[in-house]
Every structure is written in C-alpha cells, then in structure tokens.
Design a protein around this ligand. Structure first.
Ligand code: BMA
Length: 827
C-alpha cells in the first residue's frame, strides 16, 4: 500500500495530462445592442435571439406567428463581452491562441481593446495568438454586424443580380434566410465553442489517418501528423493502435509534418449497420519532449472501408452507385436539415435519438443537405458508430454564388477546414458541390434576360468553384469521391432518367400523380417528397397550447410553401376520403404522404440494380411546421416514417402492377442467398381466404426480381373488398387493387387489450373486419413500436407502447382509421 502511494505521489502529472490544454470561455458573458448599454447575461455558444428569449425579452420564436415580430433582431449591431482571469501559471505559456470554432458571421473581435480578428464566414473557425495582449484580468469583446448592410454593399459591386437574393454573399447557413419548410431567423452570435489554447514547445495541429490500400488481408495506412513547433528541440511521436504502442519515432527538429506508415494484418472492415460490423480502430497520437513528458495528444476513431462512387457508361446510360468494400450497396436514406433554427438548442441527446431513428428505420445513408451547415462532430461520430454513410454537401443551395477572388478564397479556406475536420470519418461517402444550383441555372429561368457575357461570367464562376476548387481539394485532402451537384440533371432533361442522380419534384411541385414515381425511377434518387401535417403535439405548440386548429392564423404561418395546403388537398382528393374534422384531416394527410412515398421508395428498390439509391426529402424539421419530414420537430414519427421503416427492410416483398397483372418482387439487399416459401394470399375484408399460392423460391444476394405474377382479372368482381398479402421469410406486404377511397371498408369496433410489460404496455388489437391505417395516439407521452398499420380481419396485432407512465389505461388510447371515413355501400 505504501509503495502504491509512493508511485501515485511521484508520478509526474504530465504523464497523465498533456502539457498543452484548453480553457473554455463559457462564463460571464453579457450582451447588448451596440451603444445602448442594456447588458444582459448571455450563453455561449448561442446567439442573440435565444439569449433575448432566455432573458424573457421576447416570446418564444416558434410560437404562433412571432417570427414576423422578431425580424428587428437581425437588423441591429450586437456586442458580446466577457471578462476572464488568468493565473500567473497560465500567463507563463509561450503561446496562447484564442480560438472560435464558429462566429455567425461578420464580427470584430477585441482583446483588451485591441482589434485582433475580423471574421466573415460562419463555417470557418478563427484563431489568433493573443499571448502578448494577455494580463491577469482580460476583456474579450465581439461586435457583430448585421449581414444585410454588408450584403447590400457586396451586391453594389457587381453589375447584375445573382439568383436567389442577397444570402449568397454571406457564408452562413442559408436556410436561416427562410426556406419552404423553415422560418427566417437570420441570427448572429458565437454559435460554436470559444476557448484559449495554451502551448509551449509544440502542438499537434492535425492528424489524418490516410488509408492507402485496403484488402481482406491487410490495411496500409499513413498517419499524417501536422505539428506546430515553437521551440526547436528533439521530440518523439508515438502512435498507439487500440492502446498498443506501435510507433515511437524521434522527430526531426523543426519538422512540420510527420508521415508514419502503419499496417494492420487481417483488418476488420467497417460496414453499414445492415451489412456487417461497424468496427472502429482507435489511433492515439502522442507528442513527447526529450524527457518523455507528454506535450500533446489526439485520438482518432476510424473504421476501415473503401468507398467508391461508380459512374460508368453502361447499357442504359451512366451508372450512379456506391461500392462499399467492393460491393455495390443500395443506399436507403433521407435528406437531413439542421435540427433547430438555433443550433445551440440542439442537445447531444437529440443527435443520439435522431440517428437511432435512422438506424431503426433501416436507413444506411443520410444526406447532409447544402442549405444547412457542415454538421457538429457528434453527428459524424454517431454515424461512424452506428454504421450510417453520409453524403455531405458543401454549403451551397438553390442559387448562383459570386466568383470574385476574395469570395473564392474564403470558400477555399472553409472547404479545407471542413474537409480536414471530417475526413477521418468512415461515414463520409461523398462530398457534393451544391444543391440544385446547376438545376436552377438550367431550368428555373435564371438565364432569362441576361447578355451572353453575363451568362458566361456567372456560369464561369460556377465552374471555378464546383469543377475547380472543390474537387481539387477533395482529391488532395481525402480518399472520398466528389460529385459536382445534386441533381446531375433536372427533370426537364431527358438524361434525368438514365444518368447520374435525380430529384423528382414532378411529384408535389408539379402535381403529377404518385403513380408516376413508379414510371420514373432514375439511377439514384437523391430527393423526392410530399408534405404532411405534423403531430397534434406540434400543432398545439404552434397554437400556444390552446388548440389543434389548423385554420388559425398562427398555424397557417407555419406552412412555408405558397401552395402547400392546396397541393395536399389535391392529392388527397385523388386517393383518399376527405375528412371534415381538422384532426382527422391531419391524420389523413399523414396517411396520404406515407402512401405516395411508399410507392416511390418501393418502385425504386424493385428497380435495382438500375436504380441504386433512395433518399427522400426530408428526414426532420427545424421547428414545428407543415413539411415533407418523416419525423416532426418534437421527434414524433409521422406515418411516413413507419412506412420508410417498412419499405427499407433489407428483405422486402413488393408489388408491381402492370395493367391487370400483379408481379410479386423480392428485393434482397443482404449479401447472402435466401431460400424459402413465397406465400401469396387473397383475403377479403371479413378474413375469408379466397385463394392461396405457395411457391418455393431462391433469391440471390443483392438482387431484386419478380418471382410470381397474379392475374387480377380473376378478382375483378371483388376488387373493392380484397387485400393481397405476400410473405417471404419475416417480411410481408399488402396490396389493394383499388385506391383507398374506393375500398369497401366497414365500420367495426377494434378490440383493444392492454398488458403491462417492461418499459410500458403491450397493446393487442383485433377486429372482425380489415381496418386500414390504424393510428394510435395518446395524451400520455410514449412511443408506439408500430403505427398507421393495416389490421387484418381476425388477426391479433401486437404493438409495444414505450412509456414511463404507470397508470396507462385503454381509455387513454385514442385511434383513427381510414374506415372511419368510408363506409361505402355495396352496389
Ligand atoms: C428540394 C430541396 C429544398 C426544398 C425542397 C422542397 O429541392 O433542395 O430546397 O426545401 O426541395 O421544396
């Protein structure tokens, strides 16, 4: 015991902690409009609007139509200030950097009244060595300028107008200027961390675990380590692989970059969660001085995988698919937008919950869309851990951007920084230049009325950035592929269907019927979507807790698409009954969204390998709103999300209707061959089985094929009252011969039984007749394992309701089904 104490006591502290360290500057912040001396406490990271709200100076920005009355906030100059003290020990360090991980956007930074930084890009971090300015008591002051003033100035410097508005001049999240699913809250503030970094002799600036070659037997990697040296002396770099020391190398004094080769025998590969393990290797890089004292340390977790975007001419046109570890993988996923208009209101647990929802919905890819932000590290960490690939857009969306040298240089730095920050993540599958800029230029009338030279200049600037600067950087700095723009061709171009990736907005924006999704399956669908109303919880929130009315002025201001309500109504009339009650209408809008989107998702998957990806628009919301999302702002799954989970199963049974023939497909995304019985049953709404076919089949790995076809003519006389069920292995699917509004559904009770189980309740549902799209809901908070489900006659359906509530009763459970709205009389 004595001996142990002795060791602990004399163990040099630096053997545990590195010499270099960070001091977060999160305390004592106050803010005020410039020259108004109205100082209030502020939170950092944060922004002006949420600080005003938290000081009770403004109402909640998402309530009612408060958005309108809060626009003044962005028009003012704001000052943020803090006082921080340093110890004499801290003042002794040779270097002290002040680092901002993000300032939104135009800011002047003063330390002890000296201007040290002027910033102009929210996507960059900013650093300044302030050693010589520091005292024991220090004032850090930041002045934020309104973006508008600067944007007008920049606009006056070019002789023509660029689409779409002045946001293009400012490098900040573009959705903050308002989007067709988002409010306009163009906020300013210290939106990411701010800290001091103390260091003396040297500092690890960056570590890149560069994968050179990967085979089943061996991985060859380089640890590329950038080191800043302030003192020329002999130092050692150590590399640990999963806590085992594998490299110990004396550095050349003054060297700025060390490249250390690493090889791993029989490496464990990283896969998406649906195809294998998501194993991550831990690389720890340590820098030691000549006495063996640790100066600095960085840890990188990295999965070993190869990723390739295959764009090759083929018999149909040009392919667009991803190969993961040499295997073509169908990408199932969605477009991700920022989780909140105010990033500081997003908690780590929100990322955890949302990304678990992604896994639970059987998705293997997310597209971080270009109108938001290069996301926080935690998003990519979780994607690495959970086995989700990321399609990463650069932050440019739906516009043409300037091309002056200062702008391009600013963007170049932004790209370098973000690529370097994210390149160790195995989840990054693709860097994409922009969202719909090229499509807009070619199809949205942006060229109208411009002279040839103006057009050449604007398109030339586009080329410089998206076919010059960005691909060159991706090539130099990463091992991931680059793609210029999403979509490659707009829907007005005939190559839409045969080449590259596509966005299908014929559905929704152009009003085409959902069935067209079954005809237009492109090589890779990066966006398609349909709006629905959010949960009652979200609607009540918008109406300030008062009601679930969707006709209130407040609620209507949370629909940002000019024709949104009208489009929902038009599509609903085509396929579903129209409820007169507002809550019922909300329900039906979600059923409608799931119905249409399900058609698209499944048609695309059936069409594999021609089509190799389905990313729907959009996964989530940034505030409570009527939108295309599958998961609303409060995390509630809409009917769409349950549909997605179903349509994205690795083994999917799916129906294709060709005239009066029904083909039954099996889509197998797994890497193994499957043998089993395909069972097809034709059942009427009272549960009588009119016909049953069982066929033994064998499905190859990674294939989609029709294994059976059914002549629907045989069922012509009963087509309003039958459902066709096909089952293979654990997967089954249902097909209705006519549209939902033409079904002969009956009004019958649904019997409900409750059983208390771990984490909540088991709900058993049963009915004498087929019940279409049964939605369960409750005022008691909780989550249903399944919802919006078709309940087959006389079958018991079990649903788990996860809740902390211990008093849950049958009376707390509410339900709706399509049956409530169409008691059709038989003719
Ligand atoms: C896509 C997106 C967004 C938009 C959505 C719905 O084109 O890229 O710009 O919100 O359509 O209109």
């Amino acid at each position: 015991m004595r001996f142990l104490l002795f060791i602990l006591f004399f163990l040099p502290i630096s053997a545990i902690n590195a010499q270099n360290y960070k001091l977060a500057l999160t305390e004592n912040w106050t803010f005020s409009p410039k020259d108004e001396n109205q100082w209030l406490p502020a939170k950092v990271p944060g922004n002006v609007l949420t600080d005003l709200y938290e000081n009770k100076k403004i109402p909640h920005p998402f309530d009612g139509n408060n958005e309108l009355n809060l626009q003044w906030i962005s028009e003012k100059h704001w000052i943020y200030q803090t006082i921080f003290n340093l110890t004499s020990e801290q003042l002794k360090h040779k270097n002290t950097d002040l680092v901002f991980d993000g300032l939104d956007t135009y800011a002047k930074v003063y330390v002890n009244n000296q201007l040290i930084l002027e910033t102009n890009n929210a996507f960059r971090s900013w650093k300044s060595d302030i050693k010589l300015l520091l005292k024991s008591k220090n004032i850090l002051r930041i002045e934020f300028l309104p973006t508008e003033e600067i944007e007008w100035q920049k606009k006056s410097e070019i002789p023509y107008e660029l689409p779409e508005g002045n946001r293009i001049f400012t490098r900040k999240a573009q959705f903050q200027y308002g989007w067709d699913w988002g409010p306009k809250f163009n906020v300013t503030g210290i939106w990411r961390k701010v800290y001091l970094e103390f260091w003396d002799s040297a500092k690890i600036e960056d570590v890149y675990i560069h994968q050179l070659r990967l085979t089943e037997n061996r991985a060859d990697l380089n640890a590329e380590i950038e080191i800043l040296n302030s003192k020329k002396e002999n130092q050692t770099v150590e590399v640990y692989l999963n806590d085992k020391l594998i490299i110990n190398k004396k550095m050349n004094s003054n060297s700025e970059k060390e490249i250390l080769p690493i090889s791993i025998e029989n490496p464990k590969l990283w896969w998406t969660h649906n195809l294998g393990n998501t194993f991550l290797y831990t690389f720890k890089i340590r820098l030691k001085d000549e006495k063996g004292i640790i100066i600095d340390e960085k840890t990188i977790k990295k999965g070993l995988r190869t990723i390739e975007l295959v764009t090759k001419k083929d018999e149909w046109g040009e392919s667009f698919y991803f190969k993961l570890n040499g295997i073509p993988v169908y990408m199932k996923g969605a477009n991700y937008i920022p989780q909140n208009s105010f990033q500081n209101w997003v908690k780590d647990s929100d990322y955890e919950i949302l990304l678990q929802d992604v896994v639970d919905s059987n998705m293997n890819m997310l597209r971080v869309w270009g109108g938001g932000a290069y996301e926080e590290d935690i998003l990519y960490d979780l994607c690495d851990e959970k086995g989700i690939l990321v399609w990463q857009d650069f932050m440019f969306a739906c516009a043409m951007y300037p091309g002056d040298t200062a702008f391009l240089e600013n963007v170049r730095q932004e790209a370098i920084e973000n690529i370097k920050r994210l390149r160790n993540h195995s989840s990054i599958a693709l860097w994409c230049g922009n969202n719909e800029n090229s499509e807009g230029w070619h199809r949205w009338g942006w060229q109208d009325g411009r002279s040839e030279s103006e057009k050449a200049e604007i398109w030339g600037n586009y080329q410089k950035l998206f076919n010059g600067i960005l691909p060159d950087l991706v090539e130099d700095l990463t091992d991931s592929p680059y793609w210029e723009t999403s979509p490659k061709f707009g829907r007005g171009d005939e190559r839409y269907i045969s080449e590259g990736n596509a966005h299908d907005w014929w559905i929704w924006h152009d009003g085409h019927p959902f069935e067209n999704l079954e005809k237009n399956t492109p090589r890779f669908m990066s966006e398609f979507g349909f709006q629905s109303f959010p949960s009652f919880e979200a609607i009540r929130f918008i109406n300030e807790g008062k009601s679930t009315s969707i006709s209130s002025k407040e609620f209507q201001s949370h629909q940002k698409h000019a024709r949104g309500f009208e489009i929902i109504q038009t599509y609903m009339e085509r396929d579903f009954p129209i409820p007169s009650n507002e809550e019922d209408y909300v329900y039906m809008s979600q059923v409608l969204q799931a119905y249409g989107m399900g058609k698209g998702l499944e048609a695309q998957r059936r069409n594999k390998p021609y089509t190799m990806g389905s990313l729907y628009w959009q996964l989530n919301d940034c505030w409570p709103v009527v939108s295309w999302s599958g998961i609303d702002f409060f995390g509630n799954w809409k009917a769409l999300q349950y549909q997605v989970k179903h349509s994205f199963q690795d083994v999917l049974v799916s129906f294709e209707r060709k005239e009066n023939k029904l083909n039954v497909f099996i889509v197998n995304d797994l890497m193994e061959k499957l043998n089993g019985d395909l069972r097809v049953e034709i059942i009427d709404f009272e549960g009588i089985v009119l016909d049953e076919i069982i066929q033994s089949i064998s499905v190859h790995s990674n294939e989609s094929k029709s294994f059976f076809n059914l002549d629907l003519n045989k069922f012509e006389s009963v087509k309003h009252e039958i459902v066709i069920k096909a089952t293979f292995k654990d997967s089954s699917n249902l097909y209705y011969v006519v549209k939902p509004k033409d079904l002969d559904l009956k009004n019958e009770e649904i019997d409900v039984q409750l059983e208390k189980v771990e984490n909540g309740y088991l709900i058993r549902l049963k009915s004498k007749t087929l019940q279409k799209n049964v939605m369960l809901y409750s005022d008691i908070p909780g989550k249903f394992s399944k919802n919006f489900i078709d309940l087959l006659p006389n079958e018991t359906l079990e649903i788990h309701f996860k809740t902390k509530n211990k008093e849950f009763k049958v009376g707390n459970l509410k339900k709706k089904s399509v049956n409530d709205f169409i008691p059709r009389k038989k003719v």
